[in-house]
Design a protein around this ligand. Structure first.
Ligand SMILES: [Zn+2]
Length: 249
C-alpha cells in the first residue's frame, strides 16, 4: 500500500510541475502533452518517469541535452512525501484527500509566487471549495467558526493593505496574498490562521535579510504567498505529527 502512495504522489507531482510551468503563462494544462520547454520536442513516456528519469538522464534532456531544472524532481519528491505522510498520519481517506488537494495547491502556489509573483486564483478557489465541501458533508458544526475566521482575517489584512499602500505610497501586499490568507484561514480556522501568518512573516524577514546581504537591492519584493503556503503546510504537518492542540475554543 505504501508503495502505491509513493508512486501516486510522484506521478501527481509531475502534474503539479505542469501546473507550476503553465499556469503563470496562462497555457492549457491538458494539451499539448509533455514537451521539452527548450526545443519543443515531445517527451517519450520512458523519459518522463518522475524522479527516476531525472536521475537516469543526469539532469539533461534526452532531446537537446539541455539542463533540466532541479525543480522537477524536487516537486515530485515533495508531492510523494506529502502522500506518504498523509498515509501515516491522517486516519481516513476523506482527511487524506482533503489534505492532499489543499497541500498540492499550496505547493504549486509556493513555486509560482516564488518564480513569478503569481498566485493562480483557480487554486485559491479549489482550496476554498474543498474546505467548504468538507464542512458541509463531515463537519457542519465547525463551518460557522471557520467562515467567521476567514472574514475576520481577510478584512483585517484588506484594511492593512489599503492603509499601508496609502501611507507608504507603494504596494505593500498583493490582493492575491489576501485571498490566499482568506482561503487558508477558512481551512484551518482563526488561531491556526494567525499562527501561519506569524510563521510566514518570520520566514519573510529571514528571506529579506538574505536577499539584502546577497543583492544589496533597495527595492526587495518578497513572495509572501510562498511563505504563507510553506507555513500552512508545515503547521498542519507538525500539528498532526506531534498531536499539538492549538485551538482555544
Ligand atoms: Zn529539448
Amino acid at each position: 500500500m505504501i508503495i502505491l502512495y509513493i508512486f501516486l504522489g510522484a506521478i501527481f507531482g509531475s502534474f503539479l510541475n505542469v501546473l507550476i510551468h503553465r499556469m503563470p503563462l496562462n497555457k492549457s494544462i491538458i494539451l499539448p502533452s509533455s514537451h521539452c520547454p527548450k526545443c519543443k520536442e515531445s517527451i517519450m513516456w520512458y523519459n518522463n518517469i518522475p524522479i527516476i528519469s531525472y536521475l537516469l538522464l543526469k539532469g539533461k534532456s534526452s532531446c537537446c541535452n539541455k539542463h533540466i531544472t532541479l525543480r522537477y524532481p524536487i516537486v515530485e519528491l515533495l508531492s510523494s512525501l506529502l502522500w506518504v505522510w498523509s498515509y501515516f498520519y491522517l486516519n481516513t481517506y476523506h482527511y487524506q484527500i482533503l489534505f492532499l488537494i489543499i497541500s498540492s495547491c499550496l505547493l504549486v502556489i509556493f513555486f509560482t509566487d516564488y518564480n513569478q509573483f503569481f498566485i493562480p486564483v483557480e487554486l485559491n478557489f479549489i482550496i476554498f471549495l474543498s474546505a467548504l465541501l468538507h464542512f458541509l458533508i463531515f463537519d457542519i458544526n465547525n463551518m460557522q467558526y471557520h467562515f467567521f475566521s476567514m472574514i475576520v482575517l481577510s478584512v483585517y489584512f484588506l484594511v492593512l493593505l489599503l492603509l499601508s499602500s496609502y501611507l507608504l505610497k507603494k504596494e505593500t501586499m498583493g490582493y492575491g496574498d489576501i485571498i490566499l490568507i482568506a482561503v487558508t484561514t477558512f481551512w484551518v480556522g482563526l488561531i491556526d490562521g494567525m499562527i501561519i501568518i506569524f510563521i510566514a512573516s518570520i520566514f519573510s524577514i529571514i528571506h529579506w535579510i538574505v536577499l539584502k546581504i546577497i543583492t544589496k537591492d533597495e527595492n526587495i519584493i518578497l513572495p509572501f504567498g510562498s511563505t504563507i503556503s510553506l507555513a500552512a503546510i508545515l503547521l498542519f504537518v507538525l500539528k498532526h505529527t506531534f498531536k499539538i492542540e492549538t485551538n482555544l475554543f
